[in-house]
Design a protein around this ligand. Structure first.
Ligand code: CO8
Length: 191
């Protein structure tokens, strides 16, 4: 499968290693926000759990787990496809965050390779394939019911490093203030 041109790893891209302050291989990746649809323990969320994994080329890599629940159906008894894409967004965003932050998804492409029955467990892997300036090129795959089970989906994505201003300008002020960001800093970013 050939990725769209904008997702192809440029020849000049370098290996993207974990930041020195990132969790070590084997460690659980903490929930990055108590309200995150992807990783927080919310009734309506995906409730992904992720761990840092080893990579033979020294790149940042993670493994994640997600149990498929009744309320996540698209076709009867099968996972809604958009939720696999959402899961990849979380997994790939989390592996990028081991390298640098904050970053946002610019482009995300999912290939659906086999149906995913409700009640089964997805084991997802994410890897930062390379970095070039602000651009982080990532890929992932989803296995059914075991870390090395059948591949049911694959993904490629481009994440872009952004400044904190991205959130100061775009998030709701009340959410920023709840995180302790002073109101004057929010106003200054929007002036
Ligand atoms: C731990 C955290 C886990 C979280 C997991 C969840 C992550 C998310 O879901 S983030 C939310 C979803 N994403 C967003 O809301 C982002 C919305 N988009 C934006 O804000 C902007 O379009 C943004 C920041 C991506 C890019 O804007 P900007 O910073 O102005 O970059 P811009 O100058 O347009 O482009 C920079 C480069 O990237 C390229 N680029 C930008 N967008 C794309 C794209 N969609 N596809 C391919 N290339 C792109 C440009 O071509 C340009 O390339 P070059 O430097 O070679 O000319």
């Amino acid at each position: 499968m050939v990725a769209s041109p904008s997702l192809e790893l440029p020849a000049e891209a370098t290996v993207a290693e974990r930041h020195e302050k990132a969790p070590a291989v084997g460690e659980r990746i903490p929930v990055h926000s108590a309200v995150c649809f992807g990783c927080a323990d919310l009734p309506h969320g995906l409730r992904l759990e992720s761990w840092v994994t080893d990579d033979e080329a020294g790149a940042a890599a993670i493994s994640s787990r997600m149990v498929l629940r009744e309320e996540q159906q698209g076709a009867p008894g099968l996972l809604h496809g958009g939720l696999l894409t959402a899961a990849f967004d979380e997994v790939l965003g989390s592996v990028v965050a081991l390298v640098t932050r904050p970053c946002v998804t610019a482009r995300l492409e999912t290939d659906f390779r086999a149906p995913m029955p409700i009640g089964s467990t997805l084991w997802l892997r994410g890897r930062v394939d390379g970095r070039l300036g602000r651009k982080l090129y990532v890929s992932g795959r989803a296995h059914l019911d075991a870390p090395d089970g059948p591949v049911v989906g694959t993904a490629s994505a481009l994440f872009l490093k952004v400044e904190m201003d991205h959130f100061l300008r775009n998030s709701r002020p009340e959410d920023l203030e709840a995180l302790g960001v002073p109101a004057e800093r929010i106003r200054a970013a929007r002036a």
